[in-house]
Write a protein that binds this ligand. Structure first.
Ligand code: ADE
Length: 226
């Protein structure tokens, strides 16, 4: 998989890709992530990427031309499955979207800034708009990092234990059950006895019940969706 990220602040985005699982995935050649600075596609001496809104109003708007130049240059090199715009008014990121995107070959992620991009960018270039939640960030970069993390960890071979992504919260529409490790008892706080017996069907049943109870308590909306 290849991800091209278009941004005015590449430095804000780079560190998540230089550590942990994302770095391992890149080093192993399972994913390529490329950053493109929008200012490299400007045509004026000031390297402007934004301007005031037509019709008046506070806040700057990202101009279409540098974005067009950058996306068009990328498109001459390869076909893209999705051109995603990170924006608070996009569809809310859910595990299902991450699952879908993890199967794609090439994607572009455009990070917005200021008030956002000229609507014509959205109308003519963007195939999907994604929000990471109902709050406004100062730019799309942190959202893009969240999206990339959620997607890249699902690419086969990225997680050491292939089954571990399948048992994540949300993968079966439920939150994950409680988990424990050594010691069996700490300050008098005990691990549930049934986890020691090696009775796998019983353990599995307990985990399913716990996942259901936890989901019902914390996220009953997830149960309604099924
Ligand atoms: N840009 C600003 N706010 C955002 C959000 N909540 N999700 C994605 N991109 C954003």
């Amino acid at each position: 998989m290849r991800i091209d990220i278009i941004t005015v602040l590449p430095e804000l985005l780079k560190s998540p890709f230089e550590a942990s699982i994302l770095k391992r995935a890149i080093d192993a050649g399972l994913v390529e992530v490329h950053f493109h600075n929008l200012r490299d596609y400007t045509t004026d001496n000031y390297k402007s990427i934004d301007d005031t809104q037509f019709g008046g109003g506070a806040g700057m708007v990202m101009m279409i031309e540098p974005i067009d130049k950058c996306i068009s240059a990328l498109k001459t090199e390869r076909n893209y499955d999705e051109i995603i715009y990170m924006t608070p008014d996009g569809e809310t990121l859910k595990q299902g979207i991450a699952n879908q995107l993890s199967l794609k070959e090439n994607i572009i992620i455009l990070c917005g800034h200021y008030k956002g991009v000229d609507q014509r960018v959205r109308d003519h270039f963007i195939t999907r708009e994604i929000s990471i939640g109902d709050y406004v960030l100062s730019g799309g970069e942190l959202g893009a990092a969240v999206l990339c993390d959620a997607v890249i960890r699902l690419i086969p071979g990225v997680l050491g234990n292939e089954t571990s992504a399948l048992t994540d919260s949300f993968q079966d529409g439920l939150l994950a059950p409680p988990i424990y490790t050594k010691p069996r008892e700490y300050k008098g706080w005990k691990v549930p006895e049934l986890l020691f017996g090696g009775n796998l069907p019983k353990i599995e049943k307990w985990r399913e019940e716990q996942a259901y109870i936890r989901t019902k308590e914390r996220r009953p909306d997830l149960l309604d969706e099924n």
